[in-house]
Design a protein around this ligand. Structure first.
Ligand SMILES: Nc1ncnc2c1ncn2[C@@H]1O[C@H](COP(=O)(O)OP(=O)(O)OP(=O)(O)O)[C@@H](O)[C@H]1O
Length: 459
């Protein structure tokens, strides 16, 4: 039998190593805070001059240089000092604050050098991530003369907790959340809010099985407890959206119904416009709470179906549909009418009008796509790095998307998993909050109007 001396230093060291390995495996967050982060913070500060210089964040500054040994090579490595006092050009690095640990990485604030703007840092995020040997770096805040970067050491999108559907209206939202549903998590670890108040219309693009419907489910679950009306357009015969019928104020499932419903929405928009003019305000958010019309969120599943034409008569319908959508996209924000357009592609190949429509839509969600053109169509006007990020979304990570954030920058994000059953349950639970189409049409006008257009559209 082998006699093991547990007090032997080698055995003790092995036991400590095993403990650390297990700690790292089972409690990675505390392991990060206690063991990895302190070392990383020291290294970040120590290497900052080289990293800043490599990423082009340093500036040349004239400095007086004093040396007791004339002829010494100065710290810039290129200036030979001939006199004791000499003006030399040195690389100045931006001042770096103390790194601050977060669950998935760290945050650091930098003082901008003269002439720098936060965008200069956003442009070199990928370089910084490689230099710091971490997953990603993002700009997460800025104040005059300061920029805050977040380093992400572990992708928080790998495991996103499923969204918990609220069970009562009181627990589902607060006034501040109105039209600002939380639908998932950003890669910075912050909540992903689809802020319709700030960005009134959104495009939700992705290949099949990329997570578009899941995002719709998450949105329905978050919006259901709120005093908003949702209307659906589902040209797949209603198979996608009809399950949420109890929480929809109207659902159009044929091309004619779509056109009628869009015409009705434009009529509603016109009445709200008049109401705002009567009260001398520019949008419904300036009206007192009691007079404010019910906000409407329009959910369109598979936009391409709305634009498909088989013959000449349909062409006319499609043109009218495109025009109506464009009017809503242009004017809807001020009158509380918001769009979420979902589809596999939202590009000019769908027909005339789509490019103009897309240009009016500020909110972009680009899930995994099959071809680079779709990513360009969806995110084209964002940073080119956003395209690279969108094209590298793996099929085994459904729900991950590149999105526009409330600050106008792009982020990787993942919707919280919400099954169709959970969204259906939420739609049933909050069915009482569904305004009828007549209520939507009349709200904010001070009197009840009859349903405008086709009553059979009302779900
Ligand atoms: N955020 C997420 N977390 C975990 N699983 C997800 C997430 N989003 C989607 N999924 C899963 O990925 C699969 C495809 O999702 P979804 O149906 O939303 O894709 P889709 O883009 O709507 O597909 P299609 O266009 O074919 O309808 C589903 O099984 C869904 O459960």
């Amino acid at each position: 039998m082998i006699d093991i001396d547990i007090h032997h230093p080698v055995i003790k060291a092995l036991a400590a190593l095993l403990l650390l390995i297990l700690w790292r495996r089972w409690a990675p967050v505390s392991y990060w805070y206690l063991f990895v982060f302190p070392r990383k913070a020291v290294w970040l500060r120590w290497s900052w001059r080289h990293v800043a210089s490599g990423c082009g964040l340093t500036k040349k500054r004239q400095r007086w240089w004093f040396t007791t040994i004339p002829g010494l090579v100065a710290s810039t490595g290129v200036v030979r000092v001939k006199r004791r006092f000499q003006r030399v050009a040195v690389d100045t690095k931006p001042w770096m604050g103390l790194p601050w640990p977060t669950r998935n990485g760290f945050r650091i604030t930098f003082h901008l050098l003269d002439g720098q703007v936060p965008d200069d840092y956003a442009k070199v995020c990928e370089r910084l991530a490689h230099a710091w040997r971490i997953e990603a770096v993002r700009v997460v805040g800025s104040r005059p003369g300061r920029v805050t970067l977040q380093g992400i050491t572990q992708d928080p999108l790998t495991h996103v907790a499923p969204a918990e559907p609220p069970t009562e209206p009181s627990t589902g939202w607060s006034a501040d959340d109105l039209l600002r549903p939380i639908v998932g998590v950003l890669e910075t670890g912050a909540a992903w809010r689809m802020d319709f108040r700030l960005i009134p219309h959104w495009i939700n693009v992705g290949a099949t099985q990329s997570g578009k419907s899941n995002l719709l489910n998450a949105l329905i679950v978050s919006l259901s407890p709120q005093p908003v009306a949702m209307v659906g357009f589902d040209l797949k015969g209603g198979v996608e959206l009809s399950v949420y019928g109890p929480r929809l104020s109207a659902l159009a499932t044929t091309r004619e119904q779509c056109l009628d419903l869009l015409t009705d929405l434009i009529t509603v928009m016109g009445s709200r416009m008049l109401a705002c003019r009567r009260h001398g305000v520019r949008d419904i958010w300036q009206l007192p709470d009691t007079l404010r019309p019910i906000p409407v969120v329009i959910l369109i599943d598979e936009l391409a179906e709305l634009f498909l034409t088989a013959d000449k008569t349909e062409k006319d319908q499609v043109t009218r549909t495109a025009t109506a959508l464009l009017r809503i996209a242009q004017l809807g924000r001020a009158f509380g009418i918001h769009l979420l357009l979902s589809g596999q592609r939202i590009g000019s190949d769908l027909g005339p009008g789509v490019t103009a429509l897309r240009a009016q839509i500020g909110g972009r969600v680009c899930h995994r796509v099959n071809d680079p053109e779709t990513a360009v169509m969806t995110l084209g006007d964002l940073d080119p790095d956003a395209l690279v990020a969108a094209r590298s979304i793996a099929p085994e990570m459904p729900g991950v998307a590149v999105i526009t954030g409330a600050d106008g920058r792009w982020y990787r994000a993942r919707s919280g998993y919400v099954s169709t059953e959970a969204a259906e349950r939420a739609a049933h639970t909050f069915a009482d909050l569904t305004p009828s189409w007549a209520q939507v049409a009349a709200s904010g006008l001070g009197h009840e109007l009859p349903a405008n257009g086709n009553p059979e559209l009302a779900a």
